[in-house]
Design a binder for this molecule. Structure first.
Ligand code: IVH
Length: 677
């Protein structure tokens, strides 16, 4: 059997099937069958190296690592496009060129193509073989990146792709053809690639465009080969020995027949208003595509009219780019500021030179966390890529290293809280940094908001607005101060009528009797949500017992790991936090599990007690618990609203006051009788 003939046969088949797969996205044989053909070709070529040709499909990755890029001059300088940002500007473009055409000149037809956001490439074919590929460069001269481009599977190494098989012009190749196109990275491939990079601990990339550009401008084609790049071609720059092409639409059809990847989204219109409509309708559609576009290109179809109109400056009059608001922009990162959240977590944010993105001005963006900044080496003073996607907060994707000014330094998280100045902590194995000072004012508003929220102490009529107001007025210095708010402090405030204040006071009062697990949740200890709080209270019975629990004891509890145990023990060991607990207790907030309110009979419902002196058999806490368990309320001081004063040994001034106000005075035994003990 003739080896040369078999090799040629195999090449034809491999070319055709990879064309079906990579260009048409419509394979006709299985991957295994394809691999078998490819392997047979590889083996035959290995046995007969003298038969290897540069356009063989096995030669996509072959080039050696180069020392530098070689400049190549383009056959024709590359022009740029004028932009239209809305239908009016699009119509104005038509009005402009119509004025330059003779009266009575027929309305031309239009071709509309997606404007793919990738890297412009210029591809040369000599007698059907891909012979040179270059970047756009400055439009006049680009760089020779032939070996890199050969690795793009959608790029034909030989045209017509597969004599006759793809239905191309009787299998005849033009003597010379220069084509322009856009190399790009599909969005799904980009995302998969970035995930892979991340898994390997390698740098991730900001967007498909930068990745495509970076992948093609490397000296080692093996790197390009490992990147999932693709291609769309849209312009015939030069053609010798081919059919006479008289319009853009014909050119696109010709490219398609030769086996070039040509977008299915290209359209031809004879009515200009249909073009406008298409542009408008396309805006939401483009997000569904698997490549990034910033708009559409509208071209006058026939070359005769194109030539007649020529160019103004370096932009042709016969084409226009209809641009959609870009979701990304590059701007200067002025400063990295650090905000403090409820749990004390420090979150860095970018203060930006204001920039318009997608129709709005953006002056700040999230930087997520210190790791995010470090991985991308984002520095103050950098030019950065900012993305605004839908409703989410704008994000800084990364720096443009080429534009980095001299004298910048890597950024570091401050070691002190930017608000209170207390030292910052960075727990091992965690991404976040924390300010652990519970009295930090930045945290206070959010701590209060959390404290009063539904799942916590559930104080009706108390939300973020009240929290902000009361903290700002200096009425709250910690969450316990909520229980020391007095009506006369609130009544003078705008919008705080008598009824509202009374309701709020009642709601605060009612919250004192919440289950201690909710109080524990409300304290906002890192890692302690509703479930953990319940587990802890089930095990320890009270906040007091928990206060004294060691790390080791905490770790005995199922579900409490070493990290959590440390976080809890650490919280309770802090002086400021202990003071908050004492204040809560002193205000009569329930800290122990007792028979819940609804459990037993409630003989003390509606009655208010004050306790003074040392009781014979009970601690003050126990007496409080007993009263609360039977529906009564315990407050700290005697007033006309007090129903009973429970007196023990060595009572203080409270007894005198009670007698003066006519409040009933009882002892421990009477209290026990009242609850039926
Ligand atoms: S035509 C003279 N068609 O957009 C007009 N350009 O500013 C030549 N681009 O970087 C361009 N898709 O590579 C044309 N379907 C398309 C395009 C397209 C993307 C790029 C082009 C250049 C820029 C033009």
């Amino acid at each position: 059997m003739d080896v040369a003939k078999r090799i040629e046969e195999l090449r034809e088949q491999v070319r055709y099937h990879s064309y079906r797969y990579y260009v048409l996205d419509d394979p006709v044989i299985s991957d295994d069958a394809y691999d078998a053909l490819y392997r047979e070709l590889q083996e035959l070529e290995a046995a007969h190296p003298e038969l290897i040709t540069p356009d063989s499909p096995t030669q996509r990755v072959g080039g050696e690592v180069r020392e530098e890029f070689v400049a190549v001059e383009h056959p024709r300088p590359m022009l740029s496009l004028t932009n239209a940002f809305n239908p009016e500007e699009l119509r104005a473009w038509r009005d402009r060129f119509l004025r330059l055409l003779p009266v009575g000149y027929p309305e031309p037809a239009y071709v509309v193509e997606p404007k793919i956001d990738g890297l412009t490439v210029v591809l040369h074919y000599t007698n059907g073989v891909f012979s040179l590929g270059a970047t756009r460069g400055d439009g006049v001269r680009g760089e020779d990146i032939t070996p890199n481009l050969k690795t793009i599977k959608a790029l034909p190494l030989r045209i017509p792709v597969s004599g006759g098989l793809a239905g191309a012009d009787d299998g005849r190749a033009p003597a010379r053809l220069v084509v322009r196109g856009e190399a790009y990275m599909p969005i799904d491939a980009f995302e998969a690639f970035n995930r892979e990079q991340e898994a390997l601990g390698k740098r991730t990339y900001a967007n498909p465009r930068n990745t495509a550009a970076g992948s093609l401008r490397v000296l080692d084609p093996r790197i390009t080969a490992s990147r999932p790049l693709s291609l769309y071609c849209y312009q015939v720059v030069e053609l010798e020995g081919g059919p006479a092409l008289s319009s853009q639409w014909e050119a696109l059809e010709y490219l398609r027949r030769l086996g070039f990847p040509v977008s299915d989204l290209n359209r031809r219109f004879t009515d200009f208003e249909a073009v406008v409509e298409y542009c408008i309708a396309w805006e939401p559609e483009r997000h569904r595509l698997n490549f990034e576009t910033d708009g559409l290109v509208i071209k006058i179809d026939d070359f005769a009219t194109q030539e007649r109109l020529g160019a103004v400056g370096n932009a042709p009059r016969w084409a226009v780019a209809y641009k959609y608001p870009a979701p990304e922009a590059v701007t200067r990162l002025k400063r990295i500021v650090v905000n403090v959240g409820r749990t004390g977590s420090l979150t860095p944010a970018a203060e930006l030179e204001p920039v318009r993105i997608g129709g709005v001005t953006v002056s700040s963006a999230t930087l997520h966390n210190a790791d995010y900044i470090a991985e991308r080496d984002i520095r103050e003073g950098d030019m950065v890529i900012v993305k605004r996607a839908g409703e989410v907060i704008p994000q800084v994707l990364g720096p443009v290293l080429e534009l980095r000014p001299p004298g910048t330094t890597p950024w570091q998280m401050p070691d002190r809280c930017p608000v209170c100045g207390e030292p910052v902590e960075h727990p091992e194995g965690e991404v976040a940094y924390y300010c652990v000072n519970a009295a930090c004012p930045a945290q206070l508003v959010r701590s209060v908001e959390h404290f009063v929220s539904r799942g916590a102490m559930d104080i009706e009529g108390f939300g973020i607005r009240q929290a902000e107001l009361f903290v700002e007025l200096g009425l709250l210095h910690d969450v316990a101060d909520i229980y020391y708010l007095r009506p006369e402090q609130l009544l003078p405030l705008e919008g705080f009528g008598e009824k509202k204040v009374a309701n709020l006071m009642a709601a605060i009062e009612a919250s004192k009797d919440r289950h201690p697990a909710r109080l524990l949740t409300a304290l906002g200890i890192r890692g302690v949500g509703e479930t953990v709080a319940e587990t802890l209270i089930d095990a320890f019975g009270s906040l007091e017992a928990l206060t004294d629990a060691s790390r080791e004891e905490l770790q005995q509890i199922p579900g409490i790991g070493p990290k959590l145990a440390e976080s809890i023990a650490d919280w309770f060991s802090r002086e400021t936090n202990r003071r908050v607990l004492d204040k809560l207790k002193a205000a009569g907030v329930r800290t122990q599990v007792g028979p819940g309110k609804a459990v037993g009979p409630q003989p003390l419902a509606g009655l208010t007690f004050v306790i003074t002196g040392t009781l014979p058999t009970m601690s003050r806490e126990q007496a409080t618990e007993l009263i609360q368990a039977h529906g009564g309320k315990v407050t700290g001081s005697v007033s006309s609203k007090t129903n009973y004063l429970v007196v023990g040994e060595n009572p203080g001034s409270k007894l005198e006051k009670a007698q003066k106000l006519g409040v009933r005075v009882i002892d421990e035994a009477t209290l026990r009788q009242m609850v039926g003990e």
